[in-house]
Write a protein that binds this ligand. Sequence first.
Ligand code: PBG
Length: 337
Amino acid sequence: MNDKTHLVDEITGHRRMRRNRKADWTRRLTQENRLTVDDLIWPIFIVPGQNIVDPIRAMPGVNRMSVDKAVEAIREAADLGIPAIAPFPDVEMDKRDPTGSEILARDNLINQFARAVKTAVPNIGLITDVALDPFTSHGHDGILRDGIIVNDETVDQVARAAVMQADAGADIIAPSEMMDGRIGAIRRALDAAGHQDVGIMSYATKFSSGFYGPYREAINTGGLLKGDKNSYYISPANGTEALRDAALDVEEGADMLMVKPGLAYLDICWRMKEAFGLPTFAYQVSGEYTQIKAAAMNGWIDGERIMMETLLCFKRAGCDGILTYFAVDAARKLKSA
Ligand code: PBG
């Protein structure tokens, strides 16, 4: 007799977890979470000029693109079914100053890009950031005065920038600079300008993280930044504080919430979704992308498999979607599956 049921029965009784895992069809039938193309938001890097596709050294497979090239890439993303993009500009150095005033130029790179995309690919969602870091000469997200990132003056500026971005075609404003009171100020400014339909995706819990390194290379802020962002981003040690910060954003009128970085902060994703029930997104940031790519390029891990696994895990952790540099690769993979 090969049957050894009597050996395990005392421990498991008649309960066998493996029954539901026994065949492909049982596994499909009992699968709790699924990743679809509808879950993907694609962050991209924009540079001035034309016909430019410039590889980012620390992010293999990701390029800085001029507006014309970006529009082509976005057309492909829209054809794959990706719902939305999130552009970040790599602004010329001579346009950066201590207050990031270029963000208020009506025809700055991000607004030019917004107009071009909305004309060429009108049905892809456009989510723009209003943090000042691409525009400041010191790489901080806010206005720097006497060694301090000043809160309320920065809020005033990002609220005005949000209206200009909405004028240019942004569908959702996603402020990432973590100033206090910004969500309410942006909401009021958008409403006063007649942009009632423009939403706000709050970078509600943005942590002061080492995972942003490659992004700072991508938009050339790394070399500029002196000190750290600890006086405005949240400490990786603090989960309850992150929830309290998100609660304020919800009260101030955020339509959606984001957690950033992603994988190391899945507990925050879960807690936010549980606490507020708002659409909740994770940003799988540059360093997370780079870790996977680098290990895969060395043949040490299966990069595609881990790409899909990490994205699915965000869904399991309660996220409605993910901002990821893998968006196009993942969408292609989902389509071919
Ligand atoms: C700053 C900003 C950051 C990212 C996007 N906007 C963080 C930072 O540089 O401090 C990070 C994105 C990524 O790492 O992919 N407003």
